[in-house]
Design a protein around this ligand. Sequence first.
Ligand SMILES: Cc1ncc(C[n+]2csc(CCOP(=O)(O)OP(=O)(O)O)c2C)c(N)n1
Ligand SMILES: [Mg+2]
Length: 514
Amino acid sequence: MNGAQALIRTLVACGVEACFANPGTSEMHFVAALDAVPRMRGVLCLFEGTATGAADGYGRMSGRPAAALLHLGPGLGNGLANLHNARRARTPLVAVVGDHATYHKRLDAPLESDIDSLARPVSAWVRRSLRAADVAADAADAVAAASAPPGGVATLILPADVSWTEGGEPAPPRPPRLPSPVPGEVIGPVAKALRGGEPCVIFLGGAGLRRPALEAASRIAEATGARLLAETFPARHERGAGLPAVSRLAYLPEIAAGQLAEGRHLILAGARSPVSFFAYPGLPGSLAPAGCQVHVLAEPGDDVAGALASLADLTAAAVQPRLQPPGRPGLPAGELTAHTAAAVIGALLPEDAIVCDESATSSVSLPAATAGAPPHDWLTLTGGAIGQGLPLAAGAAIACPQRPVIALEADGSAMYTISALWTHAREQLDITSVIFSNRSYAILAMELDRVGAVASGDAARSLLSLSRPPLDFTALAAGMGVPASRASTAEELAAHLRRAFAEPGPHLIEAIIP
Ligand SMILES: Cc1ncc(C[n+]2csc(CCOP(=O)(O)OP(=O)(O)O)c2C)c(N)n1
Ligand SMILES: [Mg+2]
C-alpha cells in the first residue's frame, strides 16, 4: 500500500468520508487512491475557495471533518478566505495540501512556496508528513486535532513522494476528546449574579445555539428575567417553531450597544465578549457596556450545553423553556424588495431547511420573517470573508442529503465563488440559491459614509457599483447546469421558490431588488 492509500483509508476509518478537491500533479496518487477506497466521496470543486467553503459547510452540519484537497501554496492560498471563515466557525476540517516530492523542493521549481507559513494563521494544527510509513499516523492526528473541542482546521502537508512510496499502513482513530466540563466553582457565581436582581444578558455562541443549550438558556431566562442574545455571526443556529427564539447581536455597533446597554452582568456561554466588526472614528470597539461585569460561563471548547443545564438546575429548577410558536408571514404582493423577499422566504421555507445566509444588506428582514417557520438551521458568514455561501451550501447538502438547503446570496458575494454552482449541478444537490441582485456592493456604499470617508465624485461610487455591465445570474447558472429563473415581483419569487422546493436538485433564482 502506498502512502496515499494508507492516508485515505485512515481518514475514512477516522470518520472523514468526503473530500472536496481541486487537485494538481503532486496529488495524483491521492486522486488515484480514491478508486481503492470507495467510502471516501471525492467532490470536484473548480476553485479552492469552493473546496474549503464546502468542507466548512460539511463540518458544521455533520460535526465531523471533511477533507479539502489543495494544490501546493497557490491552491492553499486560493482556499484561505474560506479556511479563515471555517476557523472562525470552529469547524472541524482537515486540509490536505499536496507538495513537491521532498527531494524536489531544493530545486525551487515554479510552484515551490512556503506552505507552512500560509497554513499557520488559519490552522489549529499544521504538520508535514515526511515518510510513507508515517502518513497514516499523521492523518489520524490531523483528524484528532481538527475534532478537538471546539473544532478547528488541521493542515496536513503531503509531499508527492510520501504519497507514491510503498510502505504505508492505515492507523487507528485516536480516542475522541470531549468538551471540558465546567466546574461548579464557575457556575455558582454566575447563578448568584442571575439571582442578584441586576439586569443580566446571557450571550450565546457556538454550541450555545444548538437546541439543548437553547432550552436550558431559555429556562434560565424565564426564571430569572435574564435576556438572551446570540453572537452576530453564528456557525450554526437552530431556530424556528418549537425552539427558544434568540435574537442575534446587531452588526452595527450603535444598535448592538443598545441591545447590551441595560446589562450589568454579561454571561458568556460559548461566545467571546462582543466587539464591533470594525472600528469607527469615535466609537468604542468593545461592546460590553462600561461597568458591566463579564462572566465566562463556558468557553467555546467547554461543555456549553452542560454548563447551561447545570445553571438552569440552580436557577430554574421547575421552569420550562419558552418555545417559539409556529407562524409565518402572509405572502406579499407586488414590488420585490429585500423586505418583501424575506416575507416570501419566511412564508415558504421548507421543514428542516438548512439556510446558508450570505445576504449582506438584504438580510435585515430575514430573522423576523423566518422566526416562526418550521425548525431549521441558520449558517452565517462567521469570518466576514465573503464568497462563502454557495460553497457552504454544497458542503451542507452533501452532509445532510435528506434536507433542503437554501443559499441566500448577495450578488457581489456570490460572484467570488460562483463556480460552486457547477458543483451543485454535478452532484445534483438539493440547493435553492436565491441571489439578491441589487447590482452593487451596497454595504460598502453605506460604510463609505459611516467611516467618515469623503467620496465626492463618481470614481469612488463606481468602485461599489455592479451595474455596468449588469450581471445575468440566470445565464451564469444555466451555463453551469443549474436551472434558473428571475423574479421581479413578490409573486414571481413565490412561484419560483415553490417550484425549486418541489423539484429535487439545484435551482437558482435571481431576485431583482432595488
Ligand atoms: C474576502 C473579502 N473581500 C472583500 C470584502 C469586502 N466587502 C465586504 S462587503 C463587500 C461587498 C458586498 O456586496 P454584496 O455581496 O453584493 O452585498 P450587498 O452589500 O450589496 O448587500 C465587500 C467587497 C470582504 N468582506 N471579504
Ligand atoms: Mg449587492
